[in-house]
Ligand binder design. Structure first.
Ligand SMILES: [Cu+2]
Length: 134
């Protein structure tokens, strides 16, 4: 991994390796200013095609061993796919780069789920008591 210093913060390069007609990560989480590099490890070509509105020259085709990099400065979700191996951005050889605050919320802790279940049981129990008194 390459690391450059920008304004005192560390800006990393995140590599997404393509092999067996799959992106190594389907959700690439980056901080603003970080670089994402797509590397084609397959022996045949792939695309890294971003959704319309993505204002850069994403490559139409990445040959074997080729790579392509982009610095993601702006928060947001940027979906991409390989045109050859996926017909839409939600299936097959597809993924997304999630930059900054638009990132997914942290996973709920198991404790939260347990508390929720206990609260549901308490509510159900109170309802049962009310019913029994009638
Ligand atoms: Cu492909």
């Amino acid at each position: 991994m390459l690391v450059a210093t920008v304004g005192g913060a560390q800006a990393a390069t995140i590599e997404v390796h393509i092999s067996n007609a799959m992106f190594g990560q389907t959700t690439v989480v980056a901080n603003p200013g970080e670089t994402v590099t797509f590397v084609n490890d397959d022996a045949f070509a792939h695309d890294v095609l971003f959704e319309a509105g993505f204002g850069t020259g994403a490559p139409g085709s990445l040959g074997p061993g080729a790579s392509w990099s982009h610095v993601f400065d702006t928060n947001g979700t940027y979906r991409f796919r390989c045109q050859t191996h996926s017909s839409n951005f939600d299936a097959g050889m597809a993924g997304k780069v999630v930059v900054g605050a638009a990132g997914p919320p942290p996973a709920k802790s198991p404790g939260f789920g347990l508390l929720g279940a206990l609260a549901a049981l308490a509510v159900a129990g109170a309802r049962g008591l009310r019913r029994a008194r009638r």
